[in-house]
Design a protein around this ligand. Structure first.
Ligand code: TRP
Length: 436
């Protein structure tokens, strides 16, 4: 008889969930989005989004998983009322995970490439260094090789199971990530640009905040918390017994936000010390930072530490993305974990090749950008909205209180999940499809 694997300890669950949440979104995306939107004013909006939408939806997802003890498809079917097939939301989630991981793995491959280069050290003129990125992009075979390497590593970890694979990997990688981040923060504190960076991160400049800043803040918080496609439903389904869901959600969201903020503290002083534009955009960590690493004292070590940090963060997130599809296969088709990992991993690997070959495109948009747009702009907010609606309207208060508790704080968060989050998510969605 098949029995569901569970987390060994609560700490194991928290580390795995934080591992899923902390990823490229925190270290690569958050700093440049903050830069683009004028620093600390944007951070305030971001915090509001985490509290009003992120934490409530995190509670919703963990609840749906823990209560049903099933993958996202099974979980939504479990709560079905009437004829509307709730399981479709779960299917969309599984598909979304497949799409995100296909390009996430390619980007993680770039990080591996830069980590390897860091061991040799970056040298040469600015143009020569930024050429490295252009050359990497123009080389499909190299991209496919790294993508294959990343997928193989993720599949090997997952094949070992929830406890021995995901939990064990998170228990090693997350503390290492914490240490590396602190080392880098200490380093950044010694730089001249720290004063300016601190001012940028704490002194609000509301003039750069626009209407779209709100939506960008909500979208970014959703992505960095791994919400909207069932990753947290899946991780929640490996919980059993007494667990304080609210407390766990608050812990996960706080650590995720803290790490995003600390990444800003690492990156902005380097940027300001060298008179770079904080809004340099997505190329920041690949094109600009290596130039600085090549010039600054001790840059060799700093760059190894930096890319290792990003790599650990990305691997633990990739694990959670593949686990959604894996648990779906295991629960729904009763196949063995190894087989599920092999089948889904291969499908994602094949799909990822489209993103790895950078000159393949759809009407001028490379697949990587296209997939990112479809998944993170449309599918995630829609998935979050559906989860909030199912939780808010198809599950009785009594059922919710029995699992989550009925203390005032829980009541407030459940209110937010039922009314505030869906409205805000609906706004994001309407904005994305261009209705206003
Ligand atoms: N949260 C991760 C990051 O910040 C990415 C990620 C992992 C993710 N699993 C997810 C995003 C599920 C959305 C949904 O990089």
């Amino acid at each position: 008889m098949y029995s569901r694997d569970h987390w060994k300890s609560k700490l194991g669950f928290i580390l795995a969930a934080v591992g899923s949440a902390v990823g490229l979104g925190n270290i690569w995306k958050f700093p440049y989005v903050v830069g683009k939107n004028g620093g600390s004013a944007f951070i305030a909006i971001y915090l509001a989004c985490v509290i009003l939408v992120g934490i409530p939806i995190l509670i919703v997802e963990i609840y749906l998983g823990k209560k049903s003890q099933l993958n996202p498809v099974g979980a939504f079917r479990f709560f079905q009322k009437g004829k509307v097939p709730f399981s479709l939301i779960g299917y969309a989630g599984v598909l979304c995970g497949i799409i995100i991981l296909s390009y996430y793995s390619v980007i993680t491959g770039w990080i591996c490439h830069y980590l390897m280069l860091s061991f040799r050290g970056f040298s040469g003129s600015e143009t020569e260094i930024s050429e490295i990125f252009t050359a990497l992009n123009a080389n499909p075979w190299l991209n496919i090789a790294w993508h294959t390497f990343v997928m193989a590593a993720v599949m090997m970890i997952l094949a070992k199971g929830v406890r021995k694979g995901i939990e064990a990997a998170s228990k090693i990688l997350m503390p290492m990530l914490g240490v590396l981040l602190l080392v880098l923060v200490c380093y950044s504190l010694t730089l001249d640009g720290m004063k300016e960076a601190w001012r940028f991160l704490t002194y609000p400049d509301f003039s750069r905040v626009t209407g779209s800043s709100f939506l960008e803040a909500l979208g970014t918080s959703f992505f960095t918390l791994s919400l909207g496609m069932g990753a947290m439903i899946t991780y929640g389904s490996y919980l059993k017994g007494e667990v304080n869901i609210t407390k766990s959600a608050v812990q996960i969201a706080s650590i995720d936000t803290l790490i995003a903020f600390l990444s800003g503290i690492v990156i902005f002083p380097i940027v300001f010390t060298n008179n770079l534009e904080p809004s340099a955009g997505p190329g920041l960590i690949f094109k600009t930072l290596p130039v600085l690493f090549s010039k600054m004292p001790g840059g060799h070590i700093v760059s190894i530490a930096f890319f290792a940090l990003v790599l650990f963060a990305a691997i633990t997130s990739a694990i959670s993305l593949l686990e959604v599809a894996t648990s779906f296969m295991v629960d729904e088709y009763k196949c063995s974990r190894t087989k599920a990992v092999l089948i889904m991993g291969t499908v994602i690997w094949l799909l990822g090749i489209l993103s790895a070959v950078s000159y393949w495109n759809v009407a001028g948009t490379p697949f990587l950008d296209l997939f990112d747009k479809i998944a993170s702009c449309y599918m995630l907010p829609l998935g979050g909205l559906c989860s909030a609606l199912v939780f808010g309207w198809a599950i009785s208060k009594k059922q919710k209180y029995s699992e989550i508790g009925s203390k005032p704080i829980n009541k407030i968060l459940l209110f937010a999940a039922k009314y505030i989050s869906p409205v805000l998510l609906l706004l994001v969605f309407i904005k994305e499809i261009g209705l206003f």
